[in-house]
Design a protein around this ligand. Sequence first.
Ligand code: NOJ
Length: 558
Amino acid sequence: MTQHLAAPSTGTSDDAPGHRTGWWQDAVIYQVYPRSFADGNGDGMGDLAGVTARLPYLRDLGVDAVWLSPFYASPQADAGYDVADYRAIDPMFGTLLDADALIREAHGLGLRIIVDLVPNHSSDQHEWFKRALAEGPGSALRERYHFRPGKGTDGELPPNDWESIFGGPAWTRTVNPDGTPGDWYLHLFAPEQPDFNWEHPAVADEFRSILRFWLDMGVDGFRVDVAHGLVKAEGLPDLGAHDQLKLLGNDVMPFFDQDGVHEIYRSWRTILDEYPGERIAVAEAWTPTVERTANYVRPDEMHQAFNFQYLGTAWDAAELRKVIDISLDAMRPVGAPTTWVLSNHDVTRHATRFANPAGLGTQIRTPGDRELGLRRARAATLLMLALPGSAYVYQGEELGLPDVTDLPDEARQDPSFFRAEGQDGFRDGCRVPIPWNREGTSYGFGAGGSWLPQPAGWGELSVEAQTGVEGSTLELYRAAIAARREHPGLGAGADVEWLDGPEGVLVLGRPGFVCTVNTTGAPVRIAARGRVLLASAPVTVDGAEAVLPADTTVWWTV
Ligand code: NOJ
C-alpha cells in the first residue's frame, strides 16, 4: 500500500564474523506509546492521527525510527497487548487509513516505522478464542490455545502450578455451553490474554500472514512481544517452585526461553528478507543471561533484542562497565548489534529509578530526589548514546519526565495493579500523557482531557518549555542524537576501549571520541581529553585538567 523507504543507509561496518551492515545497526529508535503521545481527536486518548501530526517533532529530534506499541483492535484489558484482530486498528486509535497515512508521512520525513507484534497470546475476544469457548469441549479451535482438564476430583484445580506474570494462577476455568464447569485455559498474563499453542500449524500460518499484511502496508519492522514465551515445555510440567515471580528472569522456565522458539524466528526471517529495504525484527526476550538473549539475534533470526540487563543496572561505574562488557561480548559471536535501553512503558522511568537508592528494582513507587534523578538520567543517556549499537528512547525521556508516583488508585488501568496486590502494578506511572505545551487542556496532549491525570507542573517539562532553552534535557537529546548522526563513529562497531580513570569514573574510547562518566556524587578532577563536544552538565576545563561535576557525562572529541 505505501511506498517503502527507498535507500536505507549503509549503517556501520565491522570486521566481526557474520557482521551485517544496515540502518538498524546503530539506529536510535523512539518508542511511541500511542495512548499517551498525542491525541488528535480530543477524546483524551492518544491516537494515530495525533502521532502523524507530531512526526516532524521526531524528525527534528533526529531519531531514525519509531516503534509504536499496539494500536490494533483490542478490548484494552492490557492496554492493547490483548489483540482481538491483528489486521484492524482499534477505533480508539483510528483506522487502517490512518495507519497508512502515518507510515507514508513517516517515510516522507525519513523515519522508519516499527510496529508491535503480539504472538504469544491473543485477546479473549479474538474470533478463534470466542468460537473455541462457544463450541465447547472438542472444538478444533481449542487446539490453537492451551485448554486442559483441571486436576482434583472434579477438575477444580488448575492443570499445573504456573502463575501469571500479573499475579494469580496462569489458568482460568471455562464454563461449558451448558453452564457446567469446564476445562481450563492457559494465560501467562491476564485471563483476557489466552496463550496461543504454537505447536499448531494454523497459528504459525496465521502469524506469517499477519507479518506479510503489515510488511505490505510498508512497515519497516516488528517489535516482538514476549518473544521468549511462544513455546512451552512438552507436557506443561509443574514448576515446583514456591516463589515463581522471584525466579523470573533468573532461570529457564518451562514457559520461557525454550529452544523451540528459534525455529519460529528463522521462518519469520525468511519473510522479512523477501521484502526490500531491510525490514527488521527486535525481540522482547527476557532471558536468564545475555548469552541466551544472543540466541535470538543469530544471523538467520531477528536483528536486535532488547538489553534488559542494561536497563536494570544501577548508576554505578563498576556495574555499568561490567554490563557493557558482558553485553558486547555476548553479541559479538553472533554479529548482531548490542542494543541499549533505559526506559519503556513497563518500567519506572530512569529519571525516577536513579532518584532512588539502588537495588529497588525497576518498579518504584517513591519520587526520590528528583534533581539527583534527572542529573543522573541525563548522564546515563549520554553514556548510552556513546555506546556501539542501537539505542531505544522512550517517549518523554527526552523531556526528563519522572514517573508519576502518586496516581490515585481509581485512575489506574494497569491490569497488574489489580491482580498483583501491589507487587508490581506501577506501570501506569510511566504512561501518563506527555506535555507538549506549558499551558492548556492536558498541556497540549489534545483538545480534551488525558486518560491518566497529569501532575501539576507538567507544563514546565513540556516540549514548548524546553525548546531552544540551552541546557534543557530536550536540547541535550537533540544535540546528542545530531552528534551521533554527524559522527557515525559514536554508534559504530562492537567495542569500547576502556581507559584509566579515577574510582567511580568511566573513561571509554570510541572512534574519534572519549566519553567520561562520573557516577559519583562529588566533582572529580580528570585529565582533559580533548575538546568538549557535549556534556550533561556544565564542565570546567582548565588547561590540561577538567572538573567533572557529580553524576555527569562528557563527550570529548580527540
Ligand atoms: C510485554 C509488554 O511490553 C507489556 O506491556 C505487556 O503487558 C506484556 N508483554 C504482555 O503482552
